[in-house]
Design a protein around this ligand. Sequence first.
Ligand code: NI
Length: 158
Amino acid sequence: MAIRRILKEGDETLRKISRPVQEIDKRTKQLLDDMAETMYANDGAGLAAPQVGVLRRMVVIDVGEKRGRELLQLINPEIVETEGSMVNAEGCLSIPGRRGTVERPERVVVHALNRKGQMIEVVGTGFLAMALCHEIDHLDGILYTDKMIEDVTDREDV
Ligand code: NI
């Protein structure tokens, strides 16, 4: 495994639409593992393939207390259902040191392939719902700052 360089806001790649993964091969799995390692090394809760310069629809997420225990590696993820709404502060490894509030669904249902190519359903509420929406947005070239309600970088109470 290897830690990859994370592209920062301003890089054109972050604004492009990622293409679906057609075949899950050795390279796909290597990338998913590198993405997880890169996310953990940067103390993030999620990372999308375009953030490491690969325009393919893949995300990794871990919102667990014990890192590595709740790792999700999702291929071609799609939000198929949303419910409710909430406003929370978000950050992004491509926009270091900043935070802003965004409105997201309170609950989402996501369909994706796992690394074995099996169709899986992930139901996320709260922080996981936010992470799923945030990472899937990256696959469409969208950054949280595009949807930001308020910049809360300098606030400690949000
Ligand atoms: Ni992000």
